[in-house]
Design a protein around this ligand. Structure first.
Ligand code: NAD
Length: 482
């Protein structure tokens, strides 16, 4: 099956921070891949804007090198690469003064989509928004894209929302959570709402509990200062895991449109109970000479690199079905997966020897994106009626053909959605604030109690207390499998 590519009209995309890590590693490679797929056509231009004093050719040289690493497959087509680079331009400017803005204004074309990507630290969001307006660059087709972290707590998120709202309307603001751009995450909605099979069972009557795991094998190299101020709760739980929880728990929206979807997600966050202190486990990785505290250079740091918790969505659908969420650094493998753990059949007609088997729907985000349903069948062969679990595997590559072996990177989908003006997969301001309103008391509780994270070995599955969190409820985590 060949996927359909619908080209977009010519646009101007300005990447503030175009020389930075995110732009070079994610945004520009994503744009190049969409260019190679034929999604954008002649006339579109991408303007890198940052402090470094490159000219356009200097910028193109930097991007060429990055693409060779981060879009190696597409770079084999040298003419496509050079054709893409010709559409790049560069303006040296300062986000906190008026230097360079006149040059930028002259490069922008009227009457077309104009997107400003804020791929810079959050302290620049306000100054950039202010200058975009002051230099008369806002048109009806203008959009801005902002990256995480969106605030450090509720107060700062509210302040940031207010700052952006002083210059842009909500439908011009695209807050990125790249997890929402992942193909499997969108597939989760397709599976839930495109099939009759799952939705009738998608509630506390049939679902025992839900596990959401975002395990990373990497540490925090290069982001030490930021991370030690943030920790896993702010860096991952408040945004990525919360978004996944919303998509699993939300009611079916009336249609797949931005506000209908985001209204339902918001209701989920608002229905979350405060988390009991004994339903949460914090951890910090250890390692000979490379433990968390050594890495961040702070022997007394009490920042968590791991967090596991039990959450309750207090509404009619989910009352009594816990959501167990965990995320951490330096774990045994890189693996993001949602497991919907169904209840046992109420009665086994096969007797005790056959064992008890419950269905599990696993939604794998990375690696090996795909969806697996574990069903119970008879163990082959003569003899008694013994049951075994087998996976019904919906791997993209097998189901949709080899051309779908490499699902598009999340940024490909999200950047093109900005150009198309589709906000469905972006967070609305009130969602972000509601997520902070749930997170803040948890962090305040740790601070008030002087909570110290539990140590765990690098390369393990996390602190033992996280296993106990489950064990106390007669449950256990599914394995962290690469
Ligand atoms: P970076 O430090 O690598 O790049 C920052 C960019 O901002 C550079 O191009 C720099 O020249 C530019 N810049 C700094 N001060 C400026 C000024 N006064 N005027 C104009 N330009 C200025 O940072 P990054 O890792 O690319 O991250 C950018 C943003 O994206 C941050 O908010 C970060 O939290 C977020 N983010 C990054 C990643 C990632 O993987 N790197 C992932 C998620 C979110």
């Amino acid at each position: 099956m060949v996927s359909r590519v619908i080209p977009v009209d010519p646009f101007d995309l300005v990447i503030f921070g175009g020389t930075g890590d995110l732009a070079q590693r994610k945004i520009l490679p994503a744009l190049f891949r969409r260019f190679c797929a034929g999604q954008w056509v002649d006339g579109a231009q991408i303007i890198g804007a940052a402090r470094t004093g490159y000219d356009s050719n200097g910028f193109r040289d930097v991007v060429r090198e990055s693409l060779k690493t981060h879009a190696a497959k597409q770079c084999q087509d040298v003419s496509a690469l050079e054709s893409f680079l010709r559409r790049l331009d560069y303006v040296a400017l300062d986000g906190v003064s008026d230097e360079g803005w006149g040059h930028l204004a002259r490069r922008l074309k009227p009457g077309r989509v104009r997107a400003f990507y804020f791929s810079v630290g959050p302290r620049l969001f306000g100054p950039l928004a202010e200058r975009i307006e002051a230099h008369g660059l806002i048109t009806p087709l203008t959009r801005i894209v902002v990256e995480k972290p969106f605030g450090h707590d509720l107060d700062s998120a509210q302040a940031l929302n207010a700052t952006l709202a002083a210059h842009f309307t909500e439908n011009q603001i695209y807050r990125i959570d790249h997890y929402l751009g992942k193909e499997t995450v969108q597939n989760l909605m397709a599976v839930r709402f495109g099939n009759m099979l799952f939705e009738p069972l998608w509630n506390s009557q049939y679902v025992d509990h839900i596990q959401i795991t975002v395990a990373e094998s990497v540490g925090i190299d290069g982001r030490e200062e930021y991370y030690d101020r943030a920790g896993a709760m702010r860096d991952m739980m408040q945004n990525h895991l919360m978004q996944l929880l919303c998509l699993i728990a939300m009611e079916p929206p009336a249609k797949f449109d931005p506000d209908a979807v985001r209204d339902e997600k918001l209701k989920v966050i608002r229905a979350l109970d405060p988390v009991e202190p004994h339903h949460i486990v914090r951890g910090q990785f250890e390692g000979e000479g490379s433990g968390y505290r050594q890495v961040v250079g702070n022997e007394r740091s009490t920042t968590e690199s791991y967090v596991a918790l039990k959450a309750h969505v207090s509404n009619w659908r989910w009352a009594g079905t816990p959501f167990y969420l965990r995320t951490g650094k330096r774990l045994v493998a890189r693996s993001s997966v949602i497991n919907v753990m169904f209840k046992d059949a109420p009665h086994s007609i096969f007797g005790a020897d056959a064992g008890r088997h419950a269905n599990v729907l696993s939604i794998r985000l990375q690696p090996n994106e795909g969806i697996t349903l574990k069903v119970t069948i008879k163990e082959p062969g003569p003899g008694g009626m013994r049951l075994v679990d087998v996976p019904l595997d919906m791997s993209f590559a097998e189901a949709l053909g080899p051309e779908n072996q490499d699902p598009p990177d999340a940024y490909e989908r999200l950047v093109m959605d900005v150009i198309r003006g589709n906000q469905t997969l972006f967070m609305r301001g009130d969602e972000v604030e509601a997520a902070w309103a749930w997170t803040d008391p948890i962090i305040a509780g740790w601070q008030a109690r002087g909570d110290v994270p539990k140590p765990y070995d690098s390369g393990s599955t996390g602190p033992g207390d996280a296993e106990l969190l489950m064990k106390r409820d007669g449950r256990r985590w599914q394995g962290i499998n690469p």
